[in-house]
Design a protein around this ligand. Sequence first.
Ligand code: HEC
Ligand SMILES: [Cu+2]
Length: 356
Amino acid sequence: MFKKWRLMSLFAILALVLTGCGGEPFLSTLKPAGEVAEKQYYLMILSTLIMVVVVLVVSFIFIFVILKYRRSRLGNDHMPKQIEGSHKLEILWTVIPIILLLILAVPVVSDTFDLGKTKAMDKKNRDPEKTLVVNVRASLYWWEFEYPDYGIVTSQELVVPTDKRVYFKLKASDIKHSFWVPAVGGKIDTNTENENKFYLTFDDKKSKDAGGYFYGKCAELCGPSHALMDFKVKAVSKDQFQKWVNDMKHYKSKPKTDLAVQGEKLFKEKNCLSCHATQPNDNRAEAARTAPNLATFGERTRVAGVKDFNDQNIKAWLKDPESIKPGNKMTGTYPALNEQEIDALTEYLKGLKSKK
Ligand code: HEC
Ligand SMILES: [Cu+2]
């Protein structure tokens, strides 16, 4: 009896945990926000349905047989009808699973091929307004997004137009990571030895429901800060996207206060510039891009991908990045900063924006 209760409470907890999965439109696989996520969602529903039907039918037969053929009902000497080698039954229980597998296999295979259709991105004279390509590069523990057609590099926050396919070319700079925007689709591995390709679409209405931002994650265990390797996807209308591209192409950010000017100077003196670019038209070799591009840092919603964007968190990051993301590649690479230097750097970084 006691054992049963233990089992029951386990199931109760499991049910509670699972209800957590339904959740937020910016993060939930169960609230698909685009063509790809929808396809993946319906495949999930279909396979679950088939499994449920099989479990129900088998359970029903099981219980029926237990009840109907009890010894107390039929007596000790009852000998049931022998069905060994029955053609009818053999055919039945071979054909039914085959049919179920076919129902599952046809949409899975056809969707898999559909979702892998990336030819459009390799066309020679591709029009970026029709077929947008973004190069994604994953590094311990941050993300870089390059728009090769526009000569723009950003990091941590991916900006995309809604209601059209956005094509991604993905790789990793150090070890294997995996690109995943749960509400929109994926995941797909980012490897060091080859590039993967796929596309996603970001539904306009659903992205508004999600507050304009989807959450992205690294989905491949990559080290102590793997769970903190988050990014954001800002999904905007096509017009807004073109405006953003234009702002980024004509990027000019000048420090506005004395403190910010001081910060800019420190940014050079303290070695920051050796890793971080502060211009979006960053045309260094890819391998030389060793840290997040900070050109639009002042427009971020998060610091280092995980902390709310405010002065306190920027300062905490500059003071001791290790306390926020263990094992990150910035820790210990620059001389210790005093309070005043941190204030100045914070002021300067906050002013880095594409919009005037
Ligand atoms: C050795 C290269 C290196 C140096 C030098 C360096 N950083 Fe970083 N920085 C990084 C890396 C790598 C990250 C990403 C860490 C992560 O998220 O795992 C980062 C992250 C950041 C972030 C958060 C970025 C974001 O997109 O939210 C800020 C802000 C920052 N650095 C500022 C500075 C400043 C200011 C200095 C100089 C005092 C500096 N960095 C020096 C490599 C460096
Ligand atoms: Cu990772």
